[in-house]
Design a protein around this ligand. Sequence first.
Ligand code: RIB
Ligand code: CA
Length: 317
Amino acid sequence: MVKKNSELKKIIIDCDPGHDDAIALLLAIKADNLEILGVTTVAGNSELHNTTRNARKILDYAGYPDIDVYSGCDRPMQRELFRLTGAIIHGEDGLGGPMLPPPVTPVKAEHAVDYLIRTLRDTEDRIILIVTGPMTNIAAAMEKAPDIKDNIDKIIVMGGAIFEPGNITSAAEFNIYVDPEAAKIVFGSGCELFLVSLDVTMKAMFFEEDIETLRNQGHKISVVVASLLDFFAETHVKHFGFKACPIHDALCVGILIEENLIEFKKTFVDVALHDPLTVGETVADLWGITGNMANCHIAMRVDREKFVRMICEHMKK
Ligand code: RIB
Ligand code: CA
């Protein structure tokens, strides 16, 4: 059953499963202090019908049919969906590797953007948004209903690269690159924003021995996560040349479980939109030359061992 309790942090996860999104969902399910109000999906790692089906598939497999999934935007706000690398990293259907049973629970009929607006307007508690794909749904909801920002407690985004190179171009990280206009809207929203960027996700990777630890735990969820990571490691070695898994998105959930998992620093960040060489780059005003107010907590350091322990412990609960 879904956890409900006034003490729990109320979250909505907006995602594009995707292997690391799927593990982020499983971590949030297993976390003792989080209540997942709903899951919204967006086109990113794969087409929307795949990311939606994959979210439903992983929730049903984990035994959580009562966590609702709402399908959202099938393309970025102003651009075509970038299709070059999603399938290379995540497989043709966005969740390559283990053959999970097809989902049985229907996806909700309400559009994810309308669900976000309705839920943020109706809630008494402020809600944490965890965004692990392109920010299209979140930006669209903010544009359609600016008042919802008042009920957003914080937005935790997997995206960007401040000191690290990008992973889709040398300047840009995938989620921001796919929909930079949406990212610019969210960065300019005034909401409290935590940017879990490649600067930390690439320093908290799972290696083969960590995957074996998960597999040897024997628990149904632990074993399927190991199998997802087997696939993820293979595509990473082929595309990036290293056999390891940056479980990027799960770190966004991890900081709600252990707030000192990542060390942040507040600064002003903006998104490059126009030059083909830099579009999607997240640029931090580290020397304060813009005079702009800080709008984002950027990730400076991560405790990899703590993250590996967290994933292993939660995947056998
Ligand atoms: O750059 C990594 C991000 O892009 C992750 O969220 C991954 O799932 C992909 O969406
Ligand atoms: Ca993702």
